[in-house]
Design a protein around this ligand. Structure first.
Ligand SMILES: Nc1ncnc2c1ncn2[C@@H]1O[C@H](COP(=O)(O)OP(=O)(O)OP(=O)(O)O)[C@@H](O)[C@H]1O
Length: 412
């Protein structure tokens, strides 16, 4: 299989164009302290409450960057002082995290609150460096952010993900990373890889998760090829249950954004677990500079058309990616292997092309499910809750069929 770990924008629209010419220029200018630019955008009629895909407004960005003048200006122009981003943070949460006391005062005078309170410092559970046997580490593999090692922590085998210094040494990237990890550390589900904590270390960023001995679904498919329908459906149910937990997370749904076979791991008992949600966005920030607000994130081969087209998107982008993973499990690998992942995403986004579903490989119920999940209209895709119900019925039917086939062969 070819390399598929590409992240970043499609060739159709470059982020620079959006920054400089679209309404999102308001966000860019706010983050850069460009008062003239902010004034121009607002005079053009751009709403002071315009937000990016993480629901971060101009006021969040100016508060984060310490641009007091811009904060004053935005408040004068009617910006909502308590707008809430994807992590449940207000501009005041950001100003506090970055120690911009003057801005905190201004925001508080305007009625600003900080719902996450002291937690806005995001203390991820910290693990003392001396407790982790980094000297006896075994390399498992390398991803977009850095190497992953098998290490022992307090006598237990765990995975240590090390983050490249190019990301870890960038304060903004590190802050975003820690926010994603803080979100992850609150999650508990049998189909979600368990986050364990961040290793306390002054210069590096290392975090520990449970270790999944059987590797990724990508490795499994590469080794085994096509899965039998019952196994494929059982795996699909594992992924759907993990994803349903993320999508039903309160107070905000968690969108994975980069659901691929590489981000699904298997434990010793054969259960699949989803990992690395939310982190793909940071890879994109790393590649294109510190400020991004557009949606072209994740791996092209599994990318929903609306993400590729840089349109606004929601939870159903994960349902689209899920359909392609299920398709691969029945087929034994991705379709259109000869084409580059970006070309595949382009045809899906602009020509509505989809993988084929030959009847000798895909049971009718699976065909129906996949067609719904990779529907071009995001609103027409089913929720993971519905997908679970459908898959359970399909599983039951396949099990009955398997028993029936087995009995008849015994009788004969
Ligand atoms: N918790 C874990 N237990 C066991 N193996 C793991 C664990 N986390 C990651 N790995 C393995 O380590 C390797 C690198 O993983 P990593 O998540 O960094 O990158 P990736 O998922 O392959 O690519 P990307 O970073 O682009 O998503 C992969 O082979 C992956 O299967």
């Amino acid at each position: 299989m070819e390399e598929e770990r590409q992240t970043g924008p499609s060739k159709k629209i470059r982020p620079q164009m959006i920054d400089l010419e679209g309404p999102y220029r308001l966000l860019y200018c706010s983050s850069k302290g460009d008062k003239e630019g902010v004034t121009q955008e607002i005079e053009k009629g751009v709403s002071p409450n315009l937000a990016d895909y993480d629901k971060r407004t101009a006021l969040h960005l100016a508060s984060c960057e310490g641009c007091t003048e811009i904060v004053d200006l935005l408040l004068q122009k009617g910006a909502d002082v308590n707008s809430i981003d994807r992590w449940g943070r207000t501009p005041l949460s950001d100003a506090r995290s970055f120690g911009h006391e003057e801005i905190c005062k201004v925001l508080e005078e305007h009625g600003g609150t900080d719902p996450v309170g002291l937690d806005s410092q995001n203390p991820c559970y910290e693990i003392d460096h001396s407790e982790v046997g980094m000297d006896d580490k075994t390399l498992i593999g390398e991803g977009a952010f850095g190497a992953v090692y098998l290490v022992k922590w307090r006598g237990t085998e765990v995975a240590a993900k090390t983050i490249r210094s190019s990301v870890a040494s960038n304060p903004k990237a590190k802050c975003t990373f820690l926010k994603e990890l803080a979100l992850w550390q609150g999650l508990r589900h049998p189909n979600i890889v368990q986050f364990l904590g961040v290793v306390k270390s002054s210069d590096r960023l290392i975090f520990l998760t449970e270790y999944l001995r059987n590797g990724s679904l990508y490795d499994i498919l590469k080794k085994k090829g096509r899965l039998d329908p019952l196994t494929a459906v059982a795996y699909a149910l594992d992924i759907a249950r993990g994803m349903n937990y993320l999508h039903q997370h309160k107070p905000h749904a968690i969108i994975h954004r980069d659901l691929t076979p590489r981000n699904v791991l298997q434990d010793e008992s054969g259960r699949l677990k989803v990992t690395d949600f939310g982190l793909s966005k940071i890879a994109q920030e790393k590649a294109y500079g510190s400020f991004k607000m557009t949606g072209g994130t994740g791996s092209y081969r599994y990318m929903a058309p609306e993400v590729y087209r840089w349109e606004s998107y929601g939870k159903s982008v994960d349902v689209f990616s899920f359909a392609l993973i299920v398709h691969e499990m029945f087929q034994g690998g991705p379709s259109n292997r000869a084409e580059s992942p970006e070309a595949v995403a382009d045809r899906r986004a602009y020509e509505n092309s989809r993988p084929s579903l030959p009847s000798h490989v895909y049971p009718d119920e699976i065909k129906l499910l996949l067609r719904g999940c990779w529907h071009g209209e995001p609103e027409s895709r089913p929720s993971f809750e519905k997908i679970i119900t459908d898959l359970e019925l399909i599983q039951e039917k396949l099990q009955k069929k398997a028993i029936g086939t087995c009995c008849s062969c015994c009788i004969q």
